[in-house]
Design a protein around this ligand. Structure first.
Ligand code: GAL
Length: 421
């Protein structure tokens, strides 16, 4: 992160301020919350978070930084922390939680976690991500599944083809869809979206063990090997079936192409479902959710979570604890995730109000966990450090935008990028 020195300096200033102005007796506080939930379904979920905080008597100060995948938000966050003015809470995920924890700028949530019994409520795969050095420093709002394919059944019907279940079935189906006048794959040409599609292909072509070895353990021979070449070859096939206007298209516009029947399928995590839901579409009828080809038995997880930054005001600290508590409540986990498309992070929740896609996700999460095929999403900052993921994402995007690049060359480059610290 290379911001340690400056952060330590700014923390000293903050700490000095605590001594001088330590508040007594908690009152309503204004909490600034950084997030990037600005698309339809996302914004509805963020509004629920705001409502929940305000029901505890605090004030929500919205710090929304648009940009799917959160890259813009993370850039803005860094400059705010470096200047000694961090927000009270921020949506930060995966190994980045530990990176911020190591900077010594995060609040310890152990007390709230202990009182709320979080250890018993969260699956270990989730609680592990929320801790730094054995202490809770983050609270999870959900579990997203990334390896989904969102399909418009009407388009498939009109083209006279079945939804492909394997990557081998994919080219024949897409060819017919194109001939029938539809866009086979709705895609937005942005690096994080390219990487999202790529990881689902890696999972489908190579399986969970290959995925883990290559994209989590960063094993050099696996990254450079023949299976990775095949992954890039398949990625190049997908590129053939994306429309020419895809450059820079935001992800929810791509989802819109499935909703309005212009395109057949989109490879995207289940925040896409939030878009279908807010457009009033019904799963199984207007659209279908199926695992990306070849990945029905596996699950790439992406856990959204909030961290709290150390604050000098006692009222704000109390507000942070209330926020953390509220996020873990069953009521919040239900309403937030009904809008967001994800499933609750808490175990043993009643899913009656959830749709079939969410129920399938919950079942597959558990089954994959037992099978050993539950893997962290690299494109959504769950698998490796932000620096490493960023370097690898650059290679994937470069390949996608450079038809002349050979899969072997791309695999070699990916392996080199994986050495980035
Ligand atoms: C993911 C995030 C989701 C969703 C998506 C698109 O990284 O975990 O909550 O917001 O980006 O913005």
């Amino acid at each position: 992160m290379k911001i340690r020195t400056r952060i330590v300096h700014s923390c000293l200033i903050v700490a000095f301020g605590v001594g001088m102005t330590a508040a007594t007796g908690a009152q309503a506080a204004e909490l600034e919350v950084l997030h990037w939930w600005t698309a339809g379904g996302e914004a509805k979920s963020a509004a629920e978070l705001k409502k929940m905080l305000e029901s505890k008597g605090h004030k929500w100060k919205d710090f929304a930084v648009a940009g799917g995948g959160g890259e813009n938000a993370m850039t803005v966050l860094k400059s705010r922390v470096v200047s000694g003015n961090p927000p009270a809470a921020a949506q930060i995920k995966g190994p980045s939680i530990g990176e911020w924890g190591a900077e010594g700028v995060l609040s310890n949530l152990d007390e709230v976690a202990k009182a709320g019994g979080w250890d018993g409520l969260l699956p270990p795969v989730v609680s592990k991500v929320m801790k730094h050095g054995g202490h809770y420093v983050a609270v999870p709002v959900n579990v997203h599944r990334v390896n989904w394919m969102w399909a418009n059944p009407e388009v498939f019907k009109k083209a006279g083809v079945e939804i492909p279940r394997t990557w081998d079935e994919f080219p024949a189906a897409t060819e017919k869809i194109q001939k029938a006048g539809f866009v086979p794959v709705a895609h937005g040409g942005q690096p994080w979206q390219d990487f999202t599609v790529f990881e689902s292909i890696a999972l489908g072509v190579g399986g969970a063990d290959f995925y883990r070895k290559a994209l989590v353990e960063l094993d050099q021979p696996t990254l450079k090997g023949p299976t990775m070449e095949k992954v890039f070859t398949t990625f190049a096939t997908v590129r053939k079936y994306v429309d020419k206007d895809s450059a820079n298209r935001v992800w929810n516009q791509a989802t819109g192409m499935i909703i309005n029947g212009k395109a057949a399928m989109q490879f995207m995590g289940d925040w896409a479902k939030g878009e279908f839901t807010s457009a009033g579409k019904v799963p199984g009828k207007d659209y279908v959710c199926v695992a990306a080809p070849g990945t029905a038995e596996a699950f790439t997880f992406n856990i959204d979570s909030l961290v709290m930054f150390e604050q000098s005001s006692g009222d704000v600290r109390k507000g942070q604890q209330d926020l953390a508590n509220a996020v873990m409540s069953p009521a919040f986990q239900e309403v937030f995730n009904l809008n967001k498309g994800s499933i609750p992070a808490r175990m043993n929740m009643n899913l009656d109000k959830f749709d079939d896609c969410a129920k399938l996700s919950a079942r597959d999460f558990e089954a994959a966990s037992k099978r050993g095929s539950l893997v962290p999403s690299i494109a959504h900052q769950m698998a490796v450090s932000a620096a490493t993921a960023g370097a690898m994402q650059d290679v994937v995007t470069q390949f996608f935008n450079t038809p002349a690049m050979k899969p072997k060359e791309a695999a070699d480059k990916l392996a080199r990028a994986a050495l980035t610290k």
